[in-house]
Design a protein around this ligand. Sequence first.
Ligand code: ADP
Ligand code: GLC
Length: 492
Amino acid sequence: MGTRKLNILFVASEVVPFAKTGGLADVAGALPKALKALGHNIIVVMPRYYKIDPSKLTKLESPLGVPMGAMGELWAGVYTSTLSGNNVPIYFIDHERYFGRGGLYEDHDGSYEDNGNRFVFFSKAALQLCKMLSFTPDIIHANDWHTAIVPLLAKTRFVHDFANAKSVLTIHNLQHQGHFHKNLMDLMEVGWEHFNAREFESFNGVNLLKGGIMHADAITTVSKKYADEIQTREFGFGLEGHIRAHSEKLFGILNGVDYDEWNPSVDNLIAQKFDVGDMDGKLTCKHDIQRHFNLEVRDDVPLIGFVGRFAEQKGISLIAGIIHGLLDMDIQIVMLGAGEKWAEEFFSDVATHRSNFGLHVGYSDALAHSIEAASDMFLMPSLFEPCGLNQIYSLRYGTLPIVRATGGLDDTIQNFDEDHEHGNGFKFFDATQEALYYTVLWAVNIYKNDKKSFLDMQERAMKQHFGWDDSAKSYEAVYNYILGFEAEKPSV
Ligand code: ADP
Ligand code: GLC
C-alpha cells in the first residue's frame, strides 16, 4: 500500500459498464478500482452519452458552466453513480447538443465533425466539475486524444485551482491523435502561443494528442514493447520524433484483467462455468457456440475464435487473405466484430459459402464471452497492438492465442517451445499472410497431433495472472515520482 493517499481525477471518454467501443473502456472501468484498493481517493469522469439511461443515475442539483470561447458559457448537467465492486464515484457530463446522439465518436457517415468541440467541452467540464465538488486532485490522469488537452488546461486556465496537481496522459492507441481545424485553439482557450510545432500544431491544424504529450508530466502507454515501438517510424504515426523528444517521461505499464468480469469460473454469460482442473464446461461452451453458429457439433475439431474491431490494426486483411485456405482444413472459425464495411461484407460472404465458418457482425458482450470460453484458439494477428486485452482474457479461458509479435501481444504471449514444454500461445513475426497461415497450421497440428503439449500449455495459460493490482502499483509509482515524493525514476 502506498504511503500517501492521493486525490486522483481520472478522465476518459468511455468506461465499462456504461459505454464501450474498445479496450479503453475496460481499462477505465477497472484501473480506478484498483487504485482505490491501494488507498487512493479517486473519481472518474466521462460523458453522459445518449444511450446511458439517466434514470439509473443520480442527478446533481446544480448544473455546470463550461467556458467555450466565443460561444460563451455552455451549461452541462451532471449525473453520478459508482463503479460496482469498489464504490469509486463516477460523474457523467450531460450536454444534449454534444452527447445526445447514438454513437460515441461516429455514426454511419463516419466521425462526427464536431468531435474536437465535443471533447474540448468535456475536458473543460471535468476540471470545472472538480471545482464544483471542491475536489482538489494531486493527480490528473487523462486518456487518449479525447482528454489530452486536460494537462495544459490544468496548467493555464485552471492554474489557480490546480496549482499543485501533476498530470499523466495514457496513450492507448497512437493511431488516433485528434486532428482538427486550427480554429479549435479558440475554443481550447489556452492561448495561441501554444499553436506551434512543438505543441499542438501539425499540418497547420491542431493535434490534441501531440500537445498532450508535450504538457503531461508523465506519459504512459499500455505495454513496454509498445512504449519502445512508438518511438520508431513504423509505429509512430508521425509522432515518433515528438515522443522520442519526451521519452524521459514515458513509461510502459501493461494493462490488467478484471477477473470479476473475465473468468470462466464465475462468468454468467457462458453456457457452463469451468476452471483449470474442471474443464467439462469448456466443451459444453464449445458445443453451445457450434450450435449458435450452425456449425457441426463436434468435440475434436479445432475451433478458432476472433473478437475485435474490424479495423486494419487488427490484421483483418491478413485474415481475409487466407480465410478460404484455412477453411479448407478440418477446422472451424467464428468471428465477432464490426467496423470497416468491406470487411463486414467480405466475411458475410464467406459465412454464406462456408459451413465451418460462423460470423456475427455487431457488438455483443455476451457473445464475446461465449467465444472466449468456447474456442480452442484465439486469433489476433494485429499489425500493431498497444496492449490488447482479448489475448489476455483468452489465457484465462484456456483459449490459446495465435498472435503477431507486436506491442502487448509480444509482451504477454510466449511462443510454444516444443522441446522445452514452454509457452502460452503461438506467435509469428512478419505481418504477412504466409506467416499467419503457417502459424495457424502449426497450432492446429499441435492441437490434433500433440494433445499433451496442447493441454499442458492450456493449463499453464489458465494459471497465469494479469491482475490490475500490479499495474495499479506501477501507476502509483509514476504518480509519486512526478509529485516529487519519490526521487528515483520508477523502473516500471
Ligand atoms: P481495442 O481497444 O484496440 O479494440 P482491446 O483488445 O484492448 O482492443 O479491447 C477490445 C475490447 O472490446 C475487448 O474487451 C473485446 O472483447 C471488446 N470487443 C471488441 N469488439 C467487440 C464486439 N464486436 N463485441 C463485443 N465486444 C467486443
Ligand atoms: C487501445 C489499444 C489496445 C489496448 C486498449 C486499452 O484501444 O488498441 O491494444 O488494449 O487501448 O489500453
